[in-house]
Design a protein around this ligand. Structure first.
Ligand code: GTQ
Length: 357
């Protein structure tokens, strides 16, 4: 075939293909070869973008929400942190939800339960409580608190000012599986059947009941991981060294009964970046949400030729999507909390990371 002949042949093929696609479309058939590259990309190709929510920008809207709706009316008075590339989907990554919840003195966020797992990370204020399975946990800034799937939970406040926490849930994941159930309690607040601290004595002292029977399946039996303890561990590690060139000093929270993540769908971390730290870049397949607890620093995020620089301070939140490089640096000593869908990826043997030089 000469050049002219092959041009005619390829025009004929294009036409025949277009006719085939058009005729089969009403039968709900689509040719794979037109989409194969996008379906099986050579590397992760998330639609999510990095984003930063400065607390100084968010807080006034949260407080205005406190003026226009009660916690009881709203059920949960939360401003959702939506990924700018996923507006309308109530998602910060394809698999994770994040929101900032406000409760004011004397308010109640009524009892309900659902198959979505929830974590709370306390951002501002003290003296609100969450009740899980008949026991209250009082919230202090930096505490990491768990609501296991399908457990009754309500929130309340005996504080004298606003209390705000980060809600991390696996809502998009449960939606993906179309596997979510939920129900409301018959009374706004559940009956308290055990004194506060009982749960921590039973499960939180590096010991377990002799005849341990996992009360919440694969979810940690501990409801609250107090900040004071985790912070003290990081301070001690910083004194002793050595520092990790990518992470600073980073610990993962565990289910004490299994050594695995506290919730089946979400991993949680707390890390300390020493003053003057300049971390090396890394990338991981689990898109990650960060909540800044202490200090000031910078997150440099990259993908291809694009770069984002976020100068962060206390109570700021940011998201690093899958397979974006991240390097963290600290002008002051910083403490960062973070969560991701890593346990799910690890269960599927697809979690992957690269620690770059
Ligand atoms: O506290 O139960 O941010 O069910 C979203 C859904 C919080 C909660 C959220 C929820 C909750």
């Amino acid at each position: 075939m000469n050049a002219a002949e092959s041009k005619v042949a390829s025009a004929a093929a294009t036409e025949a293909r277009a006719a085939l696609y058009a005729e089969m479309s009403p039968h709900h058939l689509t040719p794979l070869w037109e989409v194969l590259h996008a379906l099986v990309p050579p590397q992760p190709n998330t639609p999510c973008v990095p984003a930063l929510w400065r607390y100084d920008d968010v807080r006034p809207y949260l407080m205005r929400a406190g003026e226009v709706i009660t916690a009881e009316e709203a059920v949960r008075r939360v401003l959702i942190l939506e990924n700018p590339a996923l507006r309308g989907q109530s998602a910060i990554t394809q698999s994770l939800y994040a929101g900032l919840q406000l409760i004011l003195p004397g308010e109640v966020a009524p009892s309900h339960r659902h198959t979505q797992s929830a974590l709370r990370f306390v951002v501002e204020g003290r003296g609100a409580f969450t009740a899980v399975n008949g026991e209250r946990t009082t919230m202090q800034p930096g505490d990491f608190i768990i609501t296991p799937q399908w457990t009754w939970h309500d929130h309340g406040s005996e504080a004298d000012g606003p209390v705000v926490w980060l809600d991390g849930l696996d809502i998009p994941m449960i939606r993906f599986f179309d596997a979510g159930f939920a129900e409301n309690g018959t009374s706004a607040q559940q009956q308290i059947t055990r004194p506060e601290g009982h749960n921590f004595a039973r499960y939180g002292a590096n010991m377990l009941p002799v005849r341990y029977d996992a009360p919440h399946g694969s979810t940690s039996p501990i409801f609250s991981y107090p900040y004071a303890r985790s912070r003290e561990a990081l301070a001690r590690l910083e004194r002793d060294g050595p520092v990790d060139a990518h992470d600073g000093f980073k610990l993962r929270y565990v289910n004490p009964a299994t050594g695995g993540s506290p919730m089946p769908t979400m991993a949680t971390f707390l890390q300390l970046l020493p003053r003057g730290f300049s971390g090396k870049p890394y990338r991981q397949t689990d898109g990650t949400v960060f909540s800044v607890v202490e200090g000031r620093g910078r997150a440099t995020i990259g993908r291809g030729d694009s770069q984002w620089h976020y100068d962060f301070g206390p109570r700021d939140h940011f998201v690093v999507p899958s397979w974006h490089t991240l390097s963290l640096s600290a002008s002051d000593e910083c403490v960062l909390f973070s969560y991701s869908d890593r346990p799910v990826q690890q269960a599927l043997s697809i979690w992957h990371e690269e620690r770059l030089a």
